[in-house]
Design a binder for this molecule. Structure first.
Ligand SMILES: [Zn+2]
Length: 376
C-alpha cells in the first residue's frame, strides 16, 4: 500500500518519511488510531516505504520487487500478528490457516474493525484475541535473519486484545528486539495497553478521519454522488466500515423508514409499530444506532422547516415536502419527547438491549406524546 492510498495526514506522513530517510526509525512504534479509521493503512504504507528499493521523497514506488510483494502481503520479511478466535490450544496449522484469510482482510478492508474481521474469519460469537501461542511463534520467526529486505517488519494489529500472559511475552520481545526489526503496533484502543508497553514505543497519534478525508476515500472506492457521500461521511462519524454500510443501503431507505415510523406513531398504529420493530431489528446494532441519529436529525429539521416556511439547505426535495408535512403536526413539546425518546433508545442499543423491544417502547412513548398533543 502506498501513502497516496490514504487521503490527508500530510504532516504525519511527512514525519514518518523524514525519519525513514534520516535513518532514525524507532524500533517500536504505536499507531494510536480509532476504530474503523486509517491506522492500519498508515502502518502498512510505512512498512512498504521502509523496504521500498526505489522510494521517493513522498512515497514508495509501488512497483519494485519489495513493493510488489508487500502489496500482496506475501513479503517474507513482513510478519503479521493479529487476533484469532479464543481457543485454549491453537496449533501451528491453525495459525497458518488464518494467514490467507488475514491477507484477504488486509486487501479488501484494511480499515475494518475487530468485528468485521471476526465476521470474515467466521469467529461468530467468540471474541478474537492475540493468542500467547501466536506471540511465541512470532518470537521464533523474528530470530531468523531478514530474507530479502533491509528491515524485518512486524505488524501487530490490535495489541490491546493480548491477555496478560501474551502481553508479558511480547514485552520481553520489545525489551530485547532482534536486529533490524521494526515493530509497528496498530491500536484502536491504546488506553487498554499495558503502561510498560506504552513506555517502550514511539507513539504516533492517528486522528479520527475527517468528513473530507472520508468523502475523498469513499468517492474513489464507490463513485457515489457527492450528496450521498456527504450523508454517509457525516452519519458515520469517522468509521469507514459504517460509511460503506450506509452507502450500501438503498437511496431512500432511511427516509422512508423514518416517515413510516412517524406515521405509525402519529396514528397510534401498534400493528405497524411491530412490523417496523422487526425491520429495525434486522438492521444490526451499528445501523440501528445510525438510524436513530438520522431520526434525531430529521426530527430537528422537520421542526425547523415548519417554523421557517420551507427554506433550508442540505435537504432533497421529496424529503423537504415530507418533512414539511411532518413539521406541521409537530409542536415544541412533542419534538422534545421524540428527541428524548430517540436519545434514550440510542443509549439502550449501545448497551446491547434487545432492539425490537427498544424500538417498540420508543414508538409507544412517541405515540402517547402525539395522543397528548391531539387531546390538548
Ligand atoms: Zn518500491
Amino acid at each position: 500500500m502506498k501513502f497516496s492510498a490514504i487521503p490527508g495526514y500530510e504532516a504525519l506522513k511527512g514525519r514518518l518519511i523524514q525519519a525513514a530517510n534520516a535513518g532514525q526509525v524507532a524500533h517500536a512504534q504505536l499507531f494510536a488510531g480509532s476504530e474503523g479509521g486509517f491506522g492500519l493503512m498508515l502502518a502498512l504504507a510505512y512498512a512498504q516505504y521502509l523496504n521500498c528499493e526505489n522510494r521517493s521523497e513522498s512515497d514508495s514506488c509501488g512497483s519494485c520487487t519489495s513493493c510488489n510483494k508487500s502489496q500482496k502481503f506475501i513479503h517474507p520479511d513482513f510478519h503479521y500478528l493479529f487476533p484469532l478466535a479464543k481457543s485454549k490450544k491453537i496449533d501451528s496449522d491453525e495459525l497458518n490457516a488464518s494467514i490467507p484469510m488475514f491477507r484477504e482482510f488486509l486487501g479488501e478492508t484494511p480499515f475494518g474493525t475487530l468485528n468485521d474481521w471476526a465476521e470474515l474469519a467466521t469467529y461468530e460469537n467468540r471474541a478474537p484475541l492475540i493468542n500467547i501461542r501466536a506471540v511465541r511463534e512470532t518470537m521464533q520467526g523474528l530470530q531468523l535473519k531478514a530474507f530479502e529486505a533491509k528491515y524485518k517488519i512486524q505488524i501487530i494489529w490490535l495489541p490491546e486484545t493480548m491477555r496478560s500472559e501474551g502481553a508479558n511475552s511480547f514485552l520481553k520481545l520489545l525489551e530485547e528486539p532482534p536486529d533490524f526489526t521494526i515493530f509497528l503496533l496498530v491500536s484502536d484502543q491504546p488506553e487498554r495497553l499495558l503502561p510498560t508497553i506504552i513506555s517502550r514505543v514511539q507513539r504516533i497519534t492517528v486522528p479520527v478521519p475527517s468528513e473530507a478525508q472520508m468523502v475523498q476515500f469513499l468517492s474513489e472506492k464507490t463513485g457515489e454522488s457527492e450528496n450521498r457521500l456527504q450523508m454517509a461521511a457525516s452519519l458515520a462519524e469517522g468509521s469507514l466500515p459504517l460509511a460503506f454500510s450506509l452507502l450500501n443501503e438503498k437511496e431512500d431507505d432511511y427516509h422512508k423508514f423514518y416517515m413510516d415510523w412517524q406515521r405509525a406513531c402519529y396514528k397510534e398504529d401498534s400493528a405497524g409499530m411491530i412490523v417496523l420493530s422487526e425491520h429495525f431489528h434486522d438492521l444490526g446494532r451499528e445501523l440501528q444506532k445510525t438510524f436513530l441519529k438520522y431520526s434525531l436529525e430529521k426530527t430537528r429539521k422537520a421542526f425547523v422547516l415548519s417554523g421557517m416556511g420551507g427554506e433550508i439547505l442540505n435537504i432533497q426535495d421529496q424529503e423537504k415536502i415530507d418533512l414539511g408535512n411532518l413539521g406541521r403536526i409537530l409542536n415544541q413539546e412533542i419534538v422534545a419527547t421524540m428527541m428524548e425518546e430517540m436519545n434514550k433508545a440510542w443509549v439502550h442499543i449501545d448497551r446491547n438491549s434487545a432492539a425490537r423491544m427498544v424500538f417498540f417502547d420508543t414508538s409507544t412513548a412517541i405515540a402517547s406524546g402525539f395522543k397528548k398533543q391531539k387531546t390538548a
